[in-house]
Design a protein around this ligand. Structure first.
Ligand code: F6P
Length: 329
């Protein structure tokens, strides 16, 4: 995405482009942490995951973390630093939390910005897809493909814990692509008995192994299990009902956010970057780049407030059920 903005904005439109390091934090330090984004900064970017600018999920300028759990509103400093640098506006990449900060900076300090949806969770209602999601799904699919081997040869139940604190898209899509037998996501209530029922159905057919995906945000009695805990909870719950069953837990964790972007995300990021430049050129500040029905265009940034969770009747959930995947319900 950064590459596309540099190539198009700087290379073709002649912009002066600065990269702000570690999200808004780069505007809150002295000296400011900024990088000139010239065409040479693009070198090797296409295949590279993450971001050359760094990032943080602890840098909300409206609730800036201080000593001993204190918080300060430093949002005015962001606007002041932008003014000192002579910045006309911002192109901000991030998920729902980041885009909310951008909207608040706009309404309270008149900051001009264009948002670009980037999160592996794919949970922004305004866009059909965020970039990063498909690469994460590829990682989950690859993990399931690899786990299949041991599960089958050793007659085991393998539980793969994946990301998705609030939304189950990664678990759902990865589970369908990798042929999981059970998918447990935050949006669909499940029970250990529901999981065991599927395991036993498979055993009755001579399939003595099962692959189970659980999102870290899967819930028990309304409470989120959480990263690093969800997988082991599920395995223990199965063992409590089926003593002697051989289970193993694999926490995929940050592998899902690492490595290079896949071809789909490279294309999407390029389209999003080009659209962001076009929106700025057209003075369409306050918009969010989105993909809808195959077309990339801007919509009011306000729409980034709407989260998109998996609806239990979603077409993909129905397709998964149709091919025999259980949701543990
Ligand atoms: O927001 C994206 C996300 O991948 C969530 O699904 C996950 O819970 C979280 O990030 C993990 O973030 P951290 O790096 O802080 O553990």
């Amino acid at each position: 995405m950064i590459r596309a903005v540099i190539k198009y904005g700087v290379g073709r439109k002649g912009w002066r482009l600065l990269g702000i390091e570690d999200s808004f934090n780069g505007l809150l330090t002295s000296p400011l942490r900024i990088t000139a984004l010239t065409p040479v900064a693009c070198k090797g970017l296409l295949q590279r995951g993450g971001t050359i600018l760094g990032t943080t999920n602890r840098g909300d300028p409206f609730h800036y973390p201080g000593q001993q759990g204190t918080e300060a509103d430093r949002s005015g400093e962001v606007a002041a630093a932008m003014k000192r640098l002579g910045l006309e506006g911002l192109i901000v990449l991030g998920g729902d939390g980041t885009q909310r900060i951008v909207m608040d900076l706009a309404s309270r300090h008149g900051v001009k910005a264009v948002g670009v949806p980037k999160t592996i969770d794919n949970d922004l209602g305004a866009t059909d897809l965020t970039f990063g999601f498909q690469s994460a799904v590829d990682c989950v699919t690859d993990a399931l493909d690899r786990l299949h081997t041991t599960a089958e040869s050793h007659d085991r139940v393998l539980v793969l814990e994946v990301m998705g604190r609030d939304a189950g898209w990664i678990g759902l899509s990865g589970g369908v692509a990798g042929g999981a037998d059970v998918i447990l996501i935050p949006e669909i209530p499940w029970t250990p008995q529901g999981i065991v029922q599927k395991i036993e159905e498979r055993r009755a057919l001579g399939r003595n192994f099962s692959l189970i995906i659980v999102s870290e945000g899967a819930r028990v009695d309304g409470k989120v299990l959480g990263a690093g805990k969800a997988g082991s909870y599920v395995a223990e719950a199965i063992e409590a009902i089926l003593p002697g069953i051989d289970t193993r837990v694999i926490v995929l964790g940050h592998l899902q956010r690492g490595g290079g972007p896949d071809a789909f995300d490279r294309v999407l990021a390029t389209r999003f970057g080009v659209c962001a430049v076009d929106l700025v050129e057209a003075g369409r500040w306050g918009e969010l780049v989105t993909l809808r029905n195959g077309k990339v265009d801007g919509v009011p940034l306000e729409e980034a407030r709407i989260n998109r969770n998996v609806h239990p009747d979603d077409e993909l959930v129905r397709a998964a059920r149709a091919v025999g995947i259980s949701f543990g319900d």
